[in-house]
Design a protein around this ligand. Structure first.
Ligand code: LMR
Length: 468
């Protein structure tokens, strides 16, 4: 047990100081205002105006003896923005997570590892809604790993973000020691050791793929700069927002002080989909499928590799002899699974994406089983497969469980596989040209499209998995 410290006493501040900046009656209610009100202990009266007292119901969830020392007032949480709406400036601890616990006094927690800080963008979205609870439960980093969650949302999604934080509070996860919410990546990513970049704009009707690359690319350029400025120098970054390979490239190019090797685009969902399809065809449970590589882009050019994959330890082609199925049906099924799912659900995959993010992280923090590997889209410089440098390409990786990975060298690449890898490579090289204005390559390509934004000529027959 041990609630030892209540760092920022709502009561002392609301009772003694003007709360004008914190207690707005606007419908946009920033986290600090919520927290201040929520932790108003019994016996202390608000000094804010009657109008404010009317606006919010006061609820106390911290007993007075839990309040140890009021910390100095934090820097302004809210300031007026140009459109007159309050604007959240900093990421703030949320609710019960503003209490600090003394791990050392508690026998059960003494053996725990040092707290890790995990930042998640798009935190109010569907994928995060599955993922955050898995992280908080210990399922991802282990049962001895306490976590701090830093949730990044937008002004538009901020109230939903508070809803997520409330549900995390109500779940009583022992390992979840801090939650903060904010809309500024420079605040939210501070000291982050993991950054899970999920938030991105989905492609809307009539939107050109090049436009999507530009819109989302700008988000990832900004987030890359923020990571570069404030995150841990060894932060591990997993980009989920589409088009994730090129978003990752943009992100890493904007974060030159963080090793490029630390950036991943999520293709683990594609790997999981491929394993499932092979298992189904072979009539075995999916844990019998191993060595599954997804090569290339998280798009319909991705290459699920049945040449190197194994079923029950045997090459797939010895177990599934239907080459026609492998080369066509299997491949297309995996490539288009995301789109098929959207047709059923009316929205992108969320739960299975969250599961695959868990798998991707666990593949880096736990050693890869002997002889096996996993897929992740990583920076290509120095790859042993002859894939062009300076793109983010899904390849087979192994990890010792230290957060790092090595590319697997002993894979076979025949002409059929090589040809398809080249198609995905060509697509990524074309995407890269479209975002040259965001990666600093604009001068290298020396060609401009109508916007002056680099030369963008994408192959017409390729799509994101969800774009069919
Ligand atoms: C998926 O593979 O399920 C998603 O990336 C699909 C999409 O385009 O949102």
């Amino acid at each position: 047990m041990a609630v030892a410290e209540f760092l920022y006493s709502a009561c002392s501040i609301t009772a003694t100081a003007s709360t004008d900046r914190h207690c707005s009656s606007s419908s946009f209610l920033p986290s600090k205002a919520y927290r201040l009100l929520k932790y108003h202990p019994p016996g202390l009266q608000l000094t804010s105006s009657p109008r404010r007292q009317q606006a919010f119901k006061l609820v106390c969830s911290a007993a007075p003896q839990q309040v140890e020392a009021p910390a100095p007032a934090a820097s302004a949480a809210v300031s007026p923005s140009l459109n007159g709406k309050p604007k959240l400036e900093s990421s703030e601890c949320y609710g019960v997570f503003c209490l600090h616990y003394d791990f050392k006094t508690d026998g059960e927690t003494r053996a725990w590892k040092k707290l890790i800080k995990v930042a998640v963008s798009g935190a109010a979205g569907m994928i995060s809604n599955h993922l955050l609870f898995k992280i908080a439960s210990g399922e991802v980093f282990g049962q001895d790993q306490p976590v701090a969650l830093r949730l990044l949302g937008s002004e538009r999604s901020f109230r939903a973000l508070e809803g997520v934080a409330m549900e995390l509070e109500d779940s009583l996860f022992p390992l979840l020691r801090e939650v903060s919410v904010g809309i500024d990546p420079y605040e939210v990513f501070k000291d982050a050791e993991w950054a899970l970049l999920i938030g991105a704009k989905p492609r809307g009707p009539g939107m050109e793929r090049g436009d999507l690359l530009d819109i989302n690319g700008k988000i990832f350029a900004k987030q890359g700069r923020a990571l570069n400025a404030v995150a841990s120098r060894n932060v591990k970054v997993i980009v989920v927002g589409n088009p994730c390979n090129t978003n990752t490239l943009i992100c890493l190019k904007n974060a030159p002080n963080i090793p490029a090797k630390n950036f991943h685009a999520l293709t683990r969902l594609d790997e999981n989909r491929a394993k499932c399809q092979l298992a189904l065809k072979a009539g075995v449970f999916y844990d019998k499928v191993s060595n599954m590589t997804i090569w290339g882009n998280h798009s319909t050019t991705q290459v699920p590799d049945f040449l190197n994959a194994r079923i029950l330890g045997l090459p797939v082609k010895e177990v599934i002899t239907d080459t026609q199925w492998l080369e066509h049906e299997f491949t297309q099924k995996v490539q288009k699974r995301g789109g098929e799912l959207i047709k059923k659900w009316g929205r992108s995959s969320a739960a299975s994406t969250a599961v695959s993010i868990v798998d991707a992280i666990r593949s880096l923090v736990f050693p890869t089983p002997e002889g096996d590997w996993f897929s992740s889209a990583v920076y290509t410089n120095g790859n042993p497969y002859g894939i062009a440098d300076d793109i983010v390409f899904s390849m087979p990786c192994r990890s010792k469980g230290n957060g790092d990975y090595e590319l697997v060298e002993d894979v076979i690449i025949d002409d059929f596989l090589r040809q398809r890898i080249k198609k995905s490579e060509a697509e990524l090289l074309a995407e890269k040209k479209c975002v040259a204005h965001l990666t600093g390559d604009i001068f290298r390509f020396k060609k401009c499209n109508l916007n002056g934004n680099g030369y963008c000529d994408l192959p017409g027959d390729t799509m994101l998995p969800g774009e069919q």
